[in-house]
Design a protein around this ligand. Structure first.
Ligand SMILES: NC(=O)c1ccc[n+]([C@@H]2O[C@H](COP(=O)([O-])OP(=O)(O)OC[C@H]3O[C@@H](n4cnc5c(N)ncnc54)[C@H](OP(=O)(O)O)[C@@H]3O)[C@@H](O)[C@H]2O)c1
Length: 243
């Protein structure tokens, strides 16, 4: 295969959950640029966002609501690529409380599993690829975020199980573990960009485009024999030891 053709997603249907903002928005834009038909989801109405959604289909989704996930799945009879960028985190000790812990698990792990399960028939129809966003905290625990950390290591193992279960249907299931990418999820660390960059082997913090490039690869035929894996895209952050 001509490697360049592997990144031509013309005629492919791509869904990026959590594509309304941050990393997911960058991933969605990259698949759009590669020729795909791309749908994104966000928790609010499309008009509530500052981002330019031109060229993208928008679907409202709350993954903690089973009916919302079922309605999403009902819109896809066939799907080539599912990228789950949905994610949330709670600060100020809320994840140490039962309600906060449960909320983060419900969105980051149960919600992502529900999306995968509900869209499995559509993905099987196209021998499609799933990419679930985990995190460097799946490698190195984050001391203030027990639920976020647990959800992300949980996703990595979920990917392996789904890869085994759905492999014979041609569905590949992989993950990407970003390092530090400034988004609203990481807004509480807004003052630390230069300090983080200075510590990183590659000397800069990450961008949604850094993650999008690897998503394109994992969704492409070039990664056709890769399943159940998660690829760290962290500028070398996890080479350093403690986060
Ligand atoms: N940024 C980083 O440094 C970093 C590092 C490691 C891993 N990650 C992971 O990368 C993924 C994307 O994160 P991000 O930094 O791009 O965060 P973000 O900008 O906050 O985007 C999160 C996305 O998830 C959606 N979302 C939140 N709660 C939801 C719910 N209940 N139902 C459905 N959608 C929901 C948001 O919708 P709204 O826009 O409507 O709120 C948004 O589209 C997450 O899985 C995150 O854990 C990020």
């Amino acid at each position: 295969m001509n490697p360049m053709q592997a990144f031509d997603f013309s005629g492919k249907s791509v869904l990026v959950t959590g594509g309304s903002d941050g990393i997911g928005y960058g991933v969605a834009r990259a698949f759009l640029a590669a020729g795909a038909s791309v749908s994104i989801t966000g928790t609010r109405e499309a008009g509530a966002y500052e981002q330019d959604f031109s060229g993208l289909g928008f679907i409202r989704l709350d993954v903690s609501d089973a009916a919302s996930v079922a309605a999403l799945a009902g819109q896809f009879a066939a799907l080539d690529v599912l990228v789950n960028c949905v994610g949330t985190v709670l600060y100020k000790g809320q994840e140490f409380e039962r309600a906060g812990f449960a909320r983060v698990l419900e969105i980051n792990l149960t919600g992502v599993m529900d999306v995968c399960a509900q869209l499995q028939p559509a993905l099987a129809a196209r021998r499609g690829a799933i990419i679930n966003l985990d995190s460097v905290v799946a490698e190195q625990a984050a001391r203030n975020n027990p639920a976020y950390s647990a959800s992300k290591i949980g996703l990595k193992h979920l990917n392996k199980v789904l890869a085994i279960k759905w492999g014979r249907q041609g569905i590949r299931v992989n993950g990407i573990g970003p390092g530090f990418v400034p988004t609203k999820l990481t807004a509480n660390q807004a003052g630390n960009h230069d300090a983080v960059a200075a510590r990183l082997p590659l000397g800069r913090i990450g961008t949604p485009e850094d993650i999008a490039g690897v998503a394109l690869f994992l969704a492409s035929p070039l990664a056709g024999y890769v399943t159940g894996q998660s690829l760290l895209v962290d500028g070398g952050l996890t080479l350093l030891g403690a986060l």
